[in-house]
Design a protein around this ligand. Structure first.
Ligand SMILES: NC(=O)c1ccc[n+]([C@@H]2O[C@H](COP(=O)([O-])OP(=O)(O)OC[C@H]3O[C@@H](n4cnc5c(N)ncnc54)[C@H](OP(=O)(O)O)[C@@H]3O)[C@@H](O)[C@H]2O)c1
Length: 307
């Protein structure tokens, strides 16, 4: 199926039909991009929806992101699946905390900021372990909010080393997982999550634009990845040889979409030209099977040579 020409996939047991290109609204936070006015955010977010994207991911942690979303597209709420996070410091100072007080305060704040009466997916931010979640019955708190109709599905922003245990818990409807050609540590765990019935949402799917011709590897650091690694991986695998007329960003996004168990990737951008390019690429879908296989073979060989 498609939404305005963008392919859609079913987000695991949520049953939600999401476009394979989602929107990562961390890019509305100056710390990860540039300072964006409400007018600029409104233009970008309407272009996101007009382009057919129907999933938006944000977090209380992303500065003004939630408020900008509320100010821009609350009037189009039926057109998008809205995902945000909890655990972020809202009722507390400092790092992530999974107490009832902090979770309930975050959900109430997100509802208020985004001018909506429900959040479609609420994910635990920061990949907490089972023990940390159980200490405060954090999943139980989200289930109560679900029964009150404030949230629809419970998700996890999960990474190694806790992701395998989180998948095994069977409690999460969706996982947000980092993955791209230049960050493949979670490749097999994406499959585990999907086989367990959860939806899979990829972050970092274009490696923050690191290989883009206009960025020249000059990006803010990717979470979990040493600064020099994206370029070394790209060059070590000689991926330029596989482009065959594609831009590097086209290759990156189509590589991520080629993973058979990826349901959607939430690419961030505050640049309308980049958004248009990403929409065009996502409409084309995965890489040709032989190009994808060859890219993985080269990346495996380069990783073997580096270790
Ligand atoms: N759960 C977590 O802990 C966590 C952590 C990080 C991110 N996230 C979520 O995942 C989303 C995406 O993650 P991310 O921002 O780390 O990774 P990403 O989507 O791989 O990268 C986004 C960056 O790529 C650039 N970009 C996008 N399209 C481009 C293009 N066509 N050409 C050149 N550059 C392009 C954007 O810059 P321009 O603005 O210049 O286009 C933006 O800075 C975030 O927005 C957020 O919602 C979650």
């Amino acid at each position: 199926m498609t939404n305005r020409g963008l392919p859609t996939r079913t987000l695991g047991r949520t049953g939600l039909d999401v476009t394979t290109l989602g929107y990562g609204a961390m890019s509305l936070d100056a710390r990860f991009g540039r300072t964006i006015s409400q007018d600029e955010a409104t233009e970008v977010l309407h272009a996101v929806l007009d382009g057919g994207v129907n999933l938006i991911d944000t977090s209380p942690d992303y500065g003004p992101s939630e408020e900008l979303i509320g100010g821009a597209i609350a009037g189009r709420r039926a057109e998008y699946v809205l995902a945000t996070k909890v655990g972020c410091p809202v009722a507390v100072e400092g790092g992530h905390v999974y107490t009832r007080e902090n979770i309930v305060a975050a959900v109430e704040q997100s509802l208020r900021r985004m001018r909506t009466d429900h959040l479609d997916i609420v994910q635990f931010h920061g990949s907490p372990s089972r023990a940390v979640l159980e200490e405060h019955d954090a999943i139980g708190v989200l289930r109560e909010l679900q029964q009150q109709g404030k949230i629809r599905f419970v998700g996890m922003s999960g990474t190694i080393p806790n992701l395998e245990e989180q998948v095994g818990m069977g409690a999460f409807d969706e996982f947000q997982i980092p993955y791209s050609a230049l960050q493949r540590e979670h490749e097999a765990l994406i499959t585990s999550a999907a086989r367990a019935g959860a939806g899979t949402v990829i972050r970092g799917g274009v490696a923050r634009g690191a290989p883009a011709e206009d960025k020249g590897w000059n990006i803010r650091r990717l979470p979990e990845v040493p600064d020099e690694r994206p370029r070394a991986t790209w060059e070590g695998a000689h991926l330029d040889d596989l482009l065959d007329g594609m831009s590097r960003m086209e290759f990156m996004l189509r590589f991520t979409l080629s993973h058979p168990d990826v349901h959607t990737t939430i690419v961030g951008t505050a640049n309308l030209e980049h958004l248009r390019a990403n929409l065009e690429v996502a409409r084309q879908g995965p890489l040709a099977a032989d190009v994808y296989a060859e890219a993985k073979r080269r990346l495996d060989a380069a990783a073997g040579a580096a270790s």
